[in-house]
Design a protein around this ligand. Sequence first.
Ligand code: PRP
Ligand code: MG
Length: 205
Amino acid sequence: MRFVLPKGRLLTGSVEILQKAGIEVRLPQGRELMTKNGEYSFLLAKSFDVPVYVEHGIDIGIAGSDIVEERESDVFVPLELPFGKCRLSLAIPKEKSVKVEEMDGFRIATKYTNLTRKFFNEKGIEVEIIKLHGSTELAPKIGIADAIVDIVETGNTLLANGLIELEKIMDISAVLIVNRICQKTRFEEINGLILKLKGVVEDEF
Ligand code: PRP
Ligand code: MG
């Protein structure tokens, strides 16, 4: 069974919960991106790409629900995991705060172009979206955007950059994701794994 794990913030929580479920995780070492341990192979991918691997044939993975939504990944999501809790929010410089309804023509910097477009479309507001790959808080600070859509966890990054949250767009959590075909063809195995992880989630949190 091939398991894809996200590099970055969700990695520690992912390894921990798998270990607790009795899976002996062995992470790739050095520049390696894939390693094998018994019946499992472990792959390390950029967090934004984990659902893409699972959609295209890797059996199972752990990803942020934000990424699954943003990439509209066609994967089975059997379980919410008790870490990676944060939210996707619209934020704006404190001194330029306006109502969302007054944001017509605004430039919005974000990694989440699809979710941002949907959010404003649903409100009938036309904005210009500037795609960035991170550190979006910089964009309004230096004036290349009017606002951002980004992840908020503690709120420290917003605070440090003079931004305030205008509206929460969605809650986010780490989730278990399963390839749709694999979910059918290896049902017993996958289901056993889901039940073990569910047990850990219920016992500990
Ligand atoms: C993430 C996110 C926010 C920040 C939120 O950025 O994009 O900037 O963390 O966390 P906080 O509310 O606890 O401050 P990260 O530093 O992970 O990297 P990136 O922006 O380069 O993707
Ligand atoms: Mg950031």
